[in-house]
Design a protein around this ligand. Structure first.
Ligand SMILES: C[S@@+](CC[C@H](N)C(=O)[O-])C[C@H]1O[C@@H](n2cnc3c(N)ncnc32)[C@H](O)[C@@H]1O
Length: 325
C-alpha cells in the first residue's frame, strides 16, 4: 500500500499514507469507517468529497462528459466489458434461469447500465451522487425503446455517494464499479466493500473496472480522485476480504490514457480450477489392457493361460490403485 506516488501538481509522496495524511487528515490506509461516512479526518475528509462532487456537478451530462472528453472510449470499453462479463455469468450461475439483478456504482448518466448491464440483467439499480447525471440516466433509461422494459429495466436510482451507501442485503448478482472508486480514500474503499458484500446473492460477485497506475498511485487534484496501481488494488481487495476470480486488461484504448483493468471479485476463496492434465483412471486403464491382451491373444500371441493370469493381475492392480489413489 505504501508505494510512492505523485499528484497532478508534480508533488512526490514517499508513501500513500503521507498523501492521505495531507489530503484527508489520516494516514491510516485501510482503517474502518463508521459505517456511513466516513473514517477519521473530519473537515479535511469532507472537503475531499466536496471538491470531488463539485467537479462532477460541473460536467455536462453526456457520454463525452463522463468519459473526460473521450467519448470514443465508450465502444471499446463496452465491448471489453461484454467479453469479460458474459463467460463469468455462465461460469458463476450456469445455465439455470435466474432473475438477474445488478447494481451500477458511480453510474454517471447510466452509460454502463444502458450499453451493457441491461442486456444481461432483468433489473439494474443505479447509485450516483451527481443529481443531474442521475436524472439524465432516469430519463434516458425510461425512454429508450430497444430493450424489453418489462423484463430488463432500471429500477432504483439512488442519489448517494458510495461512502454513504449500503446496498440492500442479498439483492444483487453483480455489483459493477467502474471509473468511480478512485473518489474514495482507502479506508472508505474498504468499508464500502465490506458493507456491499452483504448485498450480494450466493455466487454473486463484484466487477471493478478502473484505471491503473504503473506503480504506487497518482492523485488528480482537479477531481480529487486517486489512480491506484494493480498492487495497490490487490492489497485493498485483500483487506476487504475479497478474492480475485478473474482479471483482464482492457484493450483498444488511446495510448495516452491510463491502462484499464477489470477484476471479478468474490467473497469466498475460489477453488483451484479443474486440471487440464488428463487424470489417471484405473478402471478405464484395466479395460484397455484387457482388450489389448485379448487382441494380442486372438492374433496368436501368448497362450490362454498367460491371457487369464495377466487379466487377473490387471484387475487386482486396478483394485489396489482405486483404493490407494
Ligand atoms: C468517470 S465518471 C464514470 C461514470 C460511469 N461509471 C461510466 O463509466 O460511465 C465518474 C463518476 O463517479 C461519480 N462519483 C464521484 N464521486 C463519487 C462518490 N463519492 N461515490 C460514487 N460515485 C462518485 C461521478 O459523479 C461520476 O458520475
Amino acid at each position: 500500500m505504501d508505494g510512492s506516488g505523485l499528484d497532478s501538481d508534480g508533488r512526490q509522496f514517499a508513501k500513500a499514507s503521507e498523501m492521505w495524511e495531507l489530503e484527508i487528515g489520516t494516514g491510516s490506509a485501510g482503517g474502518e469507517g463508521n459505517g456511513t461516512c466516513c473514517g477519521g479526518g473530519g473537515d479535511k475528509r469532507r472537503d475531499w468529497y466536496r471538491k470531488g462532487i463539485a467537479y462532477w456537478q460541473g460536467v455536462e451530462a453526456s457520454v463525452d462528459g463522463v468519459l473526460g472528453g473521450y467519448g470514443c472510449v465508450n465502444e471499446p470499453d463496452v465491448k471489453g466489458s461484454d467479453v469479460f462479463l458474459k463467460p463469468l455469468l455462465a461460469d458463476r450461475f450456469g445455465k439455470q434461469k435466474r432473475h438477474l439483478v445488478a447494481l451500477d456504482c458511480g453510474s454517471g448518466i447510466g452509460r454502463v447500465t444502458k450499453n451493457l448491464l441491461l442486456r444481461y440483467f432483468n433489473e439494474v439499480d443505479l447509485v450516483e451522487p451527481a443529481s443531474h447525471f442521475l436524472e439524465a440516466a432516469r430519463e434516458k433509461l425510461s425512454s429508450e425503446g430497444d430493450m424489453d422494459i418489462d423484463t430488463h429495466k432500471a429500477v432504483n436510482f439512488f442519489c448517494v455517494p458510495l461512502q454513504e451507501f449500503t446496498p440492500e442485503a442479498g439483492r444483487y448478482d453483480v455489483i459493477w464499479i467502474q471509473w468511480c472508486i478512485g473518489q474514495l480514500p482507502d479506508d472508505d474503499f474498504v468499508s464500502f466493500f465490506k458493507r456491499a458484500k452483504a448485498g450480494l446473492k450466493p455466487d454473486g460477485f463484484f466487477v471493478v473496472k478502473e484505471n491503473i497506475a504503473r506503480q504506487g498511485f497518482v492523485l488528480d487534484k482537479e477531481d480529487n480522485s486517486i489512480t491506484r496501481s494493480d498492487l495497490y488494488f490487490k492489497e485493498l481487495f485483500n483487506q476487504c476480504g475479497l478474492y480475485i476470480y478473474k482479471t483482464k486488461d482492457q484493450k483498444g484504448l488511446p495510448e495516452e490514457l491510463f491502462a484499464v483493468k477489470m477484476y471479478a471479485l468474490v467473497t469466498d476463496k475460489p477453488r483451484v480450477g479443474k486440471s487440464k492434465v488428463p487424470q489417471y483412471k484405473p478402471a478405464k486403464q484395466a479395460w484397455n489392457s484387457c482388450f489389448y491382451l485379448l487382441n494380442y491373444r486372438m492374433s496368436g500371441g501368448g497362450t490362454w493361460w498367460t491371457f487369464i493370469t495377466c487379466n487377473i493381475f490387471s484387475v487386482q492392480l486396478t483394485h489396489i490403485l482405486k483404493t490407494q489413489l
